[in-house]
Design a binder for this molecule. Structure first.
Ligand SMILES: [Fe+2]
Ligand SMILES: [Fe+2]
Length: 367
């Protein structure tokens, strides 16, 4: 990290380090579109829903709700780390400190990810060669601005912002730096937002903070439209592309998923090369070697793989089905998933339920 640009922020009792601002040039195609035909019915419907469901966080959310940053914001039984044998041996205060900090680190990823989403949505607005999709992408841009606003405000309340995880930055940068708008939509509306929708759902389910619950519920409703957009607009576009172009997009989707999968440890975002996560361990007084050994043991025992009822697995339930249904699991790319050890899922039931405005996928889970 560049020491000159490193910005160290002290909030509350804990030291958190922000990565330096990052600026790069990117020549993206800009597409004017003069027919002003907003024809595609499903995209027009999403645009209408987006207009009708705009919300003002100042009016809607109970910002005066007291939040104690030193206390866990989530229910322990829903937390994957609490199932580790190693974790159960820690003192109660160490467990609480870790839970508070790891939740803050996760919320920080929501915040940074929303900034990335804001930029990708703006990018789709100016690069997509379709009048209706431009209008829809503009509403998504406003949605993402609101999401940055609410997560920033919530992080201020808990007085902690952790740096962006390198894998999330790499994933969003690969998306923003791609050479065509379809890739921007695959990277954001299918992969990152699939991940986000899963994480928001699980946060909604597990948080004990009424403000965070309500905030997450509203953000999730917006996100379900964003994931739908990836399907209803891009699905038909991909169907009409030359097979070499489809292959190019399928490979891009694979690479994006692979960044995410390779960064995880035992299905969690805990990672040794993530300075923010290592800082969580340090702030909680937990030895990193012991922690990752414990996490690996939990994975070997299959403990980490079992999700509590109602929680969704972002890769299995949202991302892979989204990629599959637009035809991006080609035979060539399926081999790559196999070589990388990434299981392929194409059951869209949870995805469809969440797109339909069921925030927790309960409709699918209840079947
Ligand atoms: Fe968002
Ligand atoms: Fe979004």
């Amino acid at each position: 990290m560049n020491a000159k640009t490193e910005k160290v922020v002290r909030k509350g009792d804990w030291k958190v380090t922000m990565t330096p601002d990052d600026i790069y040039r990117h020549p993206m195609d800009i597409a004017w579109h003069f027919d002003y035909i907003f024809g595609e019915e499903k995209v027009a419907d999403l645009y209408k829903r987006a207009k009708q469901n705009q919300w003002d966080a100042d009016d809607l959310l109970p910002w005066d709700t007291p939040v104690d940053p030193s206390k866990p914001l989530i229910n322990n039984e829903q937390d994957i780390y609490h199932k580790m044998s190693f974790f159960k041996k820690l003192s109660k205060s160490q467990q609480e400190t870790f839970t508070a900090h790891s939740t803050a680190q996760l919320l920080s990823q929501f915040l940074h990810g929303e900034q990335g989403a804001l930029m990708t949505a703006a990018c789709v607005t100016h690069s997509v060669p379709d009048a209706g999709a431009k209008l829809y992408a503009a509403t998504q841009t406003m949605d993402e601005a609101r999401h940055v606003e609410v997560y920033s405000k919530y992080c201020d309340k808990i007085a902690m912002v952790y740096p962006m995880s390198p894998w999330l930055k790499a994933l969003i940068d690969a998306t923003l730096q791609s050479d065509r708008y379809e890739k921007v939509m695959i990277g954001m509306n299918m992969v990152v937002e699939g991940l986000a929708l899963g994480a928001f759902n699980n946060m909604y389910r597990s948080t004990t903070c009424p403000l965070l619950k309500q905030l997450t519920f509203n953000v999730m409703r917006d996100e379900s439209r964003h994931v739908s957009f990836g399907h209803v607009f891009l699905g038909p576009v991909i169907k009409n592309l030359h097979k070499d172009d489809v292959e190019d997009l399928a490979e891009f989707a694979f690479n994006a998923v692979n960044i995410l999968v390779q960064a995880q440890t035992a299905g969690t975002i805990a990672n040794r090369v993530d300075p923010g996560f290592m800082q969580v361990l340090e702030n909680s007084g937990i030895d990193a070697n012991d922690f990752f050994k414990g996490l690996q043991e939990a994975a070997d025992e299959g403990v980490a793989q079992t999700l509590p009822p109602g929680q969704v697995h972002a890769l299995k339930d949202l991302m892979m089905p989204a990629i599959a249904r637009v035809g991006l699991l080609t035979p060539t790319v399926l081999k790559k998933y196999e070589e990388a050890g990434i299981p392929v899922f194409d059951d869209p039931r949870v995805l469809v339920a969440m797109e339909g405005g069921h925030p927790t996928g309960e409709a699918a889970a209840a079947e």
